[in-house]
Design a protein around this ligand. Sequence first.
Ligand SMILES: O=P(O)(O)O[C@@H]1[C@@H](OP(=O)(O)O)[C@H](OP(=O)(O)O)[C@H](O)[C@H](OP(=O)(O)O)[C@H]1OP(=O)(O)O
Ligand SMILES: Nc1ncnc2c1ncn2[C@@H]1O[C@H](COP(=O)(O)OP(=O)(O)OP(=O)(O)O)[C@@H](O)[C@H]1O
Length: 589
Amino acid sequence: MAELILEAKDAGDWIYRGEGAANLILSYTGSSPRFDGKVLRVQKVKKNGISCEELSSDLSVHECLLWKEDCDLLSAPTREIAEHLYVQHVMRPLLGSDHVDAGIRALVSRDFLEALAKNILSQRPSWRVDDADVNTQCDYALLISDHSVFPQALHDGELSISVEIKPKCGFLPCSRYISEEHTIKRSMTRFKLHQSLKLLRKKIPQLSQYDPLDMFSGSKERILKSIKDLFSTPQNNFRVFLNGSLVFGSLGGGKYITNVHNDKAFEDELKSVIEADNGTRTTCFLELVSEAVFRSGLLNRLLEVQKLDVFDIEGAIHAYYDVVSQPCVICKKLGEDKLSGRYSSLHSLPLDGSLKIVKEYLIAATAKDLSVMISFRTREKGDPKSPYSVIFHESTGQSFDYKVSFIDLDMKPLEKMIYYYELDQKILRCYTKLMETVKPPENSARVEEKTSYQEKSFVEDEEHGRRELIGSSLHYTEMNEDDYLLIFQLMPIRVLLFAQLNVELKMGTDTRQSWKLLHHMNRRHHIMTVLREKTLQVELRSCDTLKGLGNPTRFMQNLHASDMVSTHFATAKPGTAEREYICSTIELC
Ligand SMILES: O=P(O)(O)O[C@@H]1[C@@H](OP(=O)(O)O)[C@H](OP(=O)(O)O)[C@H](O)[C@H](OP(=O)(O)O)[C@H]1OP(=O)(O)O
Ligand SMILES: Nc1ncnc2c1ncn2[C@@H]1O[C@H](COP(=O)(O)OP(=O)(O)OP(=O)(O)O)[C@@H](O)[C@H]1O
């Protein structure tokens, strides 16, 4: 095949599809058959600070050491080519050649990239524009199959619907190198832990309900739950495309607030694909997706690759310092003796042992960050010809062809190991600090007992508990708005409600009055707050008792979307409906 070259005159044929932190994706709108059904993946360059790609245009000496057994990588004249070979020769065999398209390189002129950058500027999310530009220094871009459609689908007028799932890390680490103060890592996923830091940094507006452990569980029910959770809080982990156009989720990731996320609009979009009654199509679609995840079994394969990270970053970082032949900064910081301390077994490994740990850590990092695309198209009854797997969807009586592909299999630069370690520390610091802040005071063992993680009611009529909670409230008043927001999102409902009252306190409401209200409401069982397996649930025992609250339906809706209550309130401005709702609650007292 003659080498593909894209020049300035071609730029108008490519339109914005989406982007991640490192690449822009464009769809083809021209008429050349060689680009049909393809997307173009173009590298970006950070505007401020040094992106890892910028560190060097070739593999570093130590990266060459790392990938020496994957010889093809070393022969690559540039980092871009090495990265392409990494997908072909490292990730593809691990994940299955049927599910990975490494793409082909197309030569791109600087004029092409400049024209492209200009054309798509207005469609890119502004925070992505602030963060990075098209890298006009690149010679190549990648032409990859457009996984959101079936080949030829657009020509035949056939519809295809696809979901993109970024499942993140699906296992709990059990490395012995995880420090004691980070034990939480053994019982809560990195994804969940990371949410609090993201919330604090305002990268997300609310906590995700998604738990990767459900997605990777292998259980049909839990997979369905995870898909529903993703649908409720898609962040950058869930998108839906109809014939390649986004119909649910947010483009470009990031702030994740999008007008596309509208349940009614989505239900309407599904009309052309799902033959079911109004109001039931979304459920049918989510069932279809979870069935495909379950049947394909591909997440099991992905999980195995993720589990190449055996030592966790708290272990692998020590191997990293040996690979780059530098004194171990972490041992120094922790006051550990490199040769006789806690990490001596890692530091006494031969170089090949250290290389293996780091290499596998980086492969696992790719596997923890990739996305899965699943595309569906309806299959006509009795059509035996399709080369794709088929799912029969019982509730609609429809059959669907489906295919599953992995995207975004980028090689992670060796230099990123330090960043990984630091980010891990930050995530844990943020989470631990938060938990310490909201922990009831030492002498409140009885309160603690009543609110253990399984299933407990919020408040019972006990003077003791009440006083203790009031005590801790004084502590909360020292916190700023971000801290409140975090508490609202993270804490069991007992603290959640209490924290709301605290914010009222900050705004001038008397603590005792606030407390009395809560106490009064709970004692009379007007509301009952329950924590079930980390899910906040609020039940209203009797609507009659809510008369004083203005609009009971609204009140109930707000409470039922329990995490919304916190978000609304935490961000509520004086004069807004949310604020009024809280105030009317307070007035009841
Ligand atoms: O560290 P994480 O888990 O936040 O993952 C980063 C992703 O953030 P996420 O949490 O998925 O929103 C991040 O995604 P967003 O930019 O947030 O959409 C990138 O995928 C980043 O990879 P790279 O720097 O482009 O190679 C990812 O970095 P890696 O850790 O995969 O290197
Ligand atoms: N082959 C493909 N077919 C269809 N859509 C794609 C394809 N590759 C990427 N996309 C879309 O473009 C988006 C960005 O692509 P990609 O994930 O490769 O970018 P990235 O910068 O490498 O991401 P990250 O932030 O994870 O590093 C994806 O989220 C997906 O919606």
